[in-house]
Write a protein that binds this ligand. Structure first.
Ligand SMILES: *Cc1c(COP(=O)(O)O)cnc(C)c1O
Length: 375
């Protein structure tokens, strides 16, 4: 880990070896389940690593025009697929989307009817809502009351002419048991259409590369449904692709007391790891423990003026000192593609730690990046 002191902070470091390990697992699942797996770019869109991802996966999926264009430019060139789902398409963007994407998923039949004549040669699908929640993160539960994501069976009497696929996405960081339950709900409600479709996309939220994930159950579930109906199955995880495959390295800027020891870092929860506040969760720091587990406990926070820009309380074996570096784990996903320049805080640089240990600076950001988004 001698690279920790070579990087400029704050920075994300993508760990190519870890990424490849995840891709090996996903490649194995694909082969055994005989399904296709796409990268959901909203979780991870470090396109410098798309050549590696394209060796293992079938393509990527987008949430809107810009991600679709990124997938087209950086993934489709390897002969891989480019899919998109958006809750509602914008009229002025649709023609371009239909050129970039081979598969377009609509949130309801009305959206499909509106755009279908402009979706020439595109395989079109509809997102369904099985109304079966398996998690309690309200913000990520697309099956909650009055959900705006997907069509309920009450609103879908017939499969519109020309629709080739169905899509559902209801999971978040879940195991295969939640998929089994959800698929049963989808089948009981929408199974009457299963004989007419060419593909079923089971969305993301499958934590396939987590050590305790039941891959055998996933493979069995996918195989069974495929063989029963004869359609193609897609999975489109985001997290699972780059899970634990990146770090956020930060420098301690100051240490002081207010009832407890407080340390300010040049990484901000609000700017650089927004899911810490939004999800919320506690990221792990290499060599740290829970509060009071080790000798010295600190509250770590970023250098913005937001009182709540707090990463969490951590304990260490030693006293933290100014200039010291800390390494946050699992920072490749929902980080680079979600960060912001609130308070004029600089965006972290992005490095790639190659398989062979070589460190490569992929990108640095500066004042111009901050200013370019303002007017
Ligand atoms: C967010 C999302 C994904 C990826 O979800 P992960 O939790 O990162 O696996 C896939 N498909 C759709 C439609 C999504 O909204």
């Amino acid at each position: 880990m001698d690279w920790i002191n070579k990087v400029n902070t704050p920075c994300y470091v993508i760990d190519e070896r870890r990424l490849r390990e995840n891709l090996e697992i996903l490649g194995d699942v694909k082969r055994r389940a005989e399904c296709k797996i796409l990268l959901a770019q909203k979780a991870y869109s470090a396109f410098a690593t798309y050549p590696l991802i394209a060796e293992y996966l079938d393509g990527c999926t987008a949430s809107g025009l810009y991600e679709a264009r990124l997938g087209y430019e950086e993934m489709a060139k390897f002969g891989r697929e480019n899919h998109i789902f958006s809750p509602a398409y914008r009229d002025k963007e649709f023609n371009e989307i239909s050129k970039l994407c081979g598969h377009i998923i609509f949130n309801n039949a009305k959206q499909y009817e509106k755009f279908k004549v402009r979706a020439n040669g595109v395989s079109c699908g509809i997102r369904v809502n099985p109304e079966h929640s398996t998690q309690d993160h309200g913000i990520y539960d697309s099956c909650g009351e009055f959900s705006r994501l997907g069509t309920t069976i009450n609103e879908l009497n017939d499969l519109p002419e020309g629709i080739e696929g169905l899509h559902f996405h209801t999971l978040c960081e879940q195991n295969a048991d939640a998929l089994v339950e959800t698929l049963a709900a989808v089948e009981s409600k929408f199974g009457k259409f299963f004989g007419k479709i060419k593909w079923l996309n089971m969305g993301g939220g499958h934590h396939i590369t987590r050590p305790d994930y039941d891959r055998g159950l996933l493979i069995k579930t996918v195989k069974n449904i495929r063989e029963k109906y004869g359609f193609e199955v897609y999975l489109e995880p985001g997290e699972a692709i780059a899970l634990n495959a990146g770090y956020l390295v930060t420098t301690v800027l100051d240490v002081f007391k207010n009832g407890m020891d407080i340390a300010i870092t040049d990484a901000s929860a609000a700017c650089h790891m927004p899911d810490v506040l939004e999800m919320p969760y506690r990221p792990n720091i290499q060599g740290s423990g829970m509060p009071n587990e080790k000798a010295f406990t600190y509250r770590l926070g970023g250098n913005t003026c937001l009182a709540g820009d707090i990463i969490g309380d951590y304990s260490f074996d030693h006293v933290l000192s100014e200039g010291e570096r800390l390494v946050f784990e699992d920072m490749a996903i929902y980080s680079m593609c979600k960060n912001n320049t609130f308070n004029g805080v600089a965006l972290p640089s992005i490095y790639l730690l190659r398989d062979d240990g070589e460190l490569k600076l992929l990108k640095e950001f500066g004042y111009e990046d901050f200013k370019a988004r303002l007017s």
